[in-house]
Structures are given as C-alpha cells and as structure tokens.
Design a protein around this ligand. Sequence first.
Ligand SMILES: N[C@@H](CCC(=O)N[C@@H](CS)C(=O)NCC(=O)O)C(=O)O
Length: 282
Amino acid sequence: MPAQDTNKSYHTSCTGAALQTADAHTSPSEITFFAACFCPFVQRVWVALEYLGIGYKVRDDFPYEVDPYKKPPALLEVSPKGLVPGLKLETFSPPRGLNESTVILEYLEDLAANTTKRSLLPAASDPYARALVRLQADHINRTLVPSFYRFLQAQETEAQLTAGKEFHSAIEGLVSHFSRAETENVESALGLWREGGEIGWTDVMAGPWLFRATNVLKHYRAFSLPEGPKFEAYLKRLFDHPAFKATCSDEQLYLDSYERYAYNRPNTSQVANAINSGRGLP
Ligand SMILES: N[C@@H](CCC(=O)N[C@@H](CS)C(=O)NCC(=O)O)C(=O)O
C-alpha cells in the first residue's frame, strides 16, 4: 500500500476504450445513460447495453457523465437516491427514469428480448438454468461486492488480513457456483467460465469488481486473485470480451478514483458509509 493518502479525487470523465465508446454514443437516442466512469455498478449496465446492442446515448453535457456526489437535479429525477447508474427513458412522454443496476439489467434484458433478441440469461424455457444464474448473482450481490469494499476500506493490518481472506473466499464461492453448474451439466449457466462460452449475466454482475481487484486491490492491498489456469483463463476471456473491454478506462483512473476508499476518508460515498456502519449497501 502506498505510504499515505495523496488526496486524489475521483475522475469525472472516462479515458481509454471507455472514452471511445462514450464518444460513439452522443447521437440522440430514446435512452440516456447516467454514468460515472469509475463506478462498477455503472459498468454492469454499460456492458449490458453494449452486449445486448441496445441504442443509448451518454449525456451531452461534456464530459458525458454526472457527478453522483453532487446530485444534479437531472440525476435525482431518474434516480431518487442520487446514485448512478440511471436511465432516462424518452420512449415515454413525459420521460421516465430507472435506477438500480440490477433492475436496469432486468429491464435491458426484457427490452432486448423484444428487439435485438440478444440475451444475457439462459432461455426462459430452462427455468433451472436461470435459477442457477440467479443464485450466482445473489452470491455476488450479498457476499462478493460488500466484501470488496470491506477489504478496501479496512485500515488496520489485522482487519485487512481478515477482510482479504473474506474477499478471496467470496471469489472461491463464485467458482463453486460455476463448478456446480458444470457438474450438473447446465452449460447455459456458465457464461464465459466455459471455454467457447458467451458473456452471461453472472459475468456482467461480477466483472466490474473482479476487474477492480486486478488494479485497485492489487495496488492498495497487494491482493492477488486466486491462481490456477482455469480461473486465469476465465478472467482473460472476461476482460478481453469486446463488450467489457469497451467500457474500461485506463488503470490510473481507477487508482486515483479509489484512493478515497483505500484510506477510508470520511463521507467517501453512500456505499463507504454503509460499510463503515455495518448497514446493507444502498
Ligand atoms: N445499488 C445501487 C448502487 C449504485 C452506487 O452506489 N453508485 C455510486 C457510484 S459507484 C454512487 O452513485 N454514489 C453516490 C453517493 O454515494 O452519493 C446500484 O446497484 O445501482
């Protein structure tokens, strides 16, 4: 861990591949995506928009993004807690809003079923496969994501060791879910875990935190992801997937944007406050 907090702030505009993707989405569209470049919840939605082939535009007030910590009225209109991601839907008159990454994912999945015919979930004709994917997603939301923040915000060495183990075992838990689907021969619940597979719901749900484990947690907590050829090949397929890659900024953006979490600065965010007070995430 770097010796001390250098008071870097979060970035307010994406860089690298993510910037190119944002640049390509400035034309009018019925869906406006309220995003912040560093946010993993936003990245979930962004990967889904890209993969499902749904038309969207980023906000046209440069630099494309809303600052969720400043809570501009336009954001509060679509997301009552002032959290990104949000969608403004001009398919309705007057326009309507949607918030919550998982709810937005469900919405996009349903929308794509009626339009682009692409899908992240197994087919509706296979309820068991869909249930396995939902178990994977439940594990990600209730265990993997909170343990990421507990680890990053832990300050004392002992607390960091404990939280690091917890995050590590949360990843192993995800792998166990994949192993179960393999043992039960439910291929469509494996997403990119299967060689030759296509990106799926679980990859989109977990990917942003697995990615931040390779840069933010590596930098601030000297964290190493589980080793082994199978897991490493999975991560490579995930991070190299065109829809995922298209939403990634350069590494420095993440390191700068997460310094406030790594030093557990007061009032970093609603997520950070929830972790510090032992409450569920917002
Ligand atoms: N449960 C929400 C969480 C979204 C969230 O926490 N977004 C953060 C950015 S990563 C945010 O907007 N924070 C603003 C704040 O803390 O006030 C979701 O899944 O969409």
